[in-house]
Design a protein around this ligand. Structure first.
Ligand code: MG
Length: 392
């Protein structure tokens, strides 16, 4: 068990420490300093914040993704004894760090897959916020976890909710329902959607998040990825996973059991709750966050998503059903399309167009190795770039 090392201490590596998940994770560590210790951090290019984090949490190893930022980091800072790593190799080394008990993967995008696999192969607990790891290679990751005795715990509010409702009763489940806030454009007409801007996308009604996840929440593609995630994390068929729009974001997940009982997980929408759960499971540590006050939230509303206004969710459903390389292709095309949208090259509604056209240019096919998946990822990026040039 993970508390075996040190005086009840859990050693934590945080990948993506300067991003939204990373900062929330370090805040959980700060609030529970007698239980968690940071042994490694990885960041992309925000070296000012990274230096601050190193000063506060004193990890032994740090990785900086961007080469120029790494040079700058070592030029500006002198942390005695700190090991500085870089690039993909650095992420891999941090994920398999001997002293680490838990690897929190808060990386954004397909680049999170290889570090997840490295941690799983070392039998670590992986607190997984990088849903792409599962979207791209769920079967491979979960199989490797079983083989190496690793635990994959979701740091996604909905999946954390499902995990909490299940509490080991996997065999008695009829259906899993993930809720969705509906994003910032829930009530907008198809006409209004033609004119939304990157700024509008970043105004998520409930969660404060990074650019990619804000865009994916606005298109509802994120919910499609979460369906794929749930499928592998909990070993259920796609037909047993539902989605309900629930703008209040009080209920994060519902699990229907075979006897007709439904359990719901309810909490304030704050990522520190799923992070604390993933770090402390099977314990529940006293946190600083309040319980959700249902009387102040007001009426809880649930409805089916509208696939005609949010075609990305429909595309995700069919990619999930096709399987193989499709999820990896959809994700890669989306990473490229979202960047083009924030760069002002395409409209919001064009994101779905780019995804659909890119997929028609690519062969679906089996994806039984990481190499094939990464190849599919690269091909889809190229296809999406071509489609975007035609559009813009
Ligand atoms: Mg989520």
């Amino acid at each position: 068990m993970i508390y075996a090392k040190g005086l009840g201490m859990t050693n934590v590596v945080v990948l993506g420490s300067t991003g939204s998940i990373g900062r929330n994770c370090l805040s959980v560590v700060r609030d529970n300093a007698s239980r968690f210790r940071v042994v490694g951090l990885a960041a992309g290019s925000n070296i000012d914040l990274l230096a601050e984090q190193v000063r506060e949490f004193a990890p032994g190893v740090v990785a900086v993704g961007d080469a120029r930022a790494r040079e700058e980091f070592s030029r500006r800072n002198a942390f005695p004894g700190l090991v500085l790593l870089g690039g993909e190799e650095g992420l891999r080394e941090l994920s398999s760090l001997r002293t680490a008990d838990v690897v929190v993967n808060g990386l954004v995008g397909a680049c999170g897959l290889v570090p997840t696999l490295a941690a799983v192969k070392e039998g670590k607990r992986v607190a997984l916020a990088n849903k792409e790891s599962i979207v791209l290679a769920g079967e491979i990751v979960m199989k490797a976890a079983a083989e190496h005795g690793a635990t994959v715990l979701p740091v996604d509010s909905e999946h954390s909710g499902v995990h909490q409702c299940l509490s080991g009763r996997d065999g008695q489940v009829r259906r899993i329902v993930l809720t969705a806030s509906g994003g910032p454009f829930l009530g907008k007409s198809a006409d209004e959607l033609l004119r939304v801007t990157p700024k509008d996308v970043m105004r998520h009604p409930v969660w404060k998040m990074g650019r990619r996840i804000c865009a994916d929440s606005a298109t509802l593609l994120n919910k499609g990825f979460e369906v794929m995630e749930a499928r592998w994390l909990f070993g259920v068929g796609l037909a047993e996973i539902g989605v309900l729009i629930h703008p209040q974001c009080a209920v994060h997940a519902l699990v229907e059991f075979t006897d007709g009982t439904t359990l719901a997980q309810i909490s304030v929408p704050d990522m520190r709750i799923p992070i604390l759960y993933a770090l402390s499971y099977p314990d529940r540590l006293a946190g600083t966050l309040p319980a959700c006050d249902l009387s102040s939230v007001g009426p809880l509303v649930f409805s089916e998503p509208d696939l005609s206004r949010f075609p990305c969710l429909r595309l995700a459903y069919s990619a999930a059903a096709e399987g193989g390389r499709r999820p990896a292709q959809l994700n890669a095309a989306d990473e490229v399309a979202v960047r083009a949208f924030f760069d002002g090259r395409i409209r919001f509604v064009d994101i779905a167009v780019v995804l659909e056209r890119s997929l028609t240019l690519l062969d679906a096919g089996p994806a039984d190795s990481v190499e094939i998946i990464l190849e599919a990822d690269a091909e889809a990026r190229e296809a999406a770039s071509r489609v975007i040039s035609e559009l813009s």
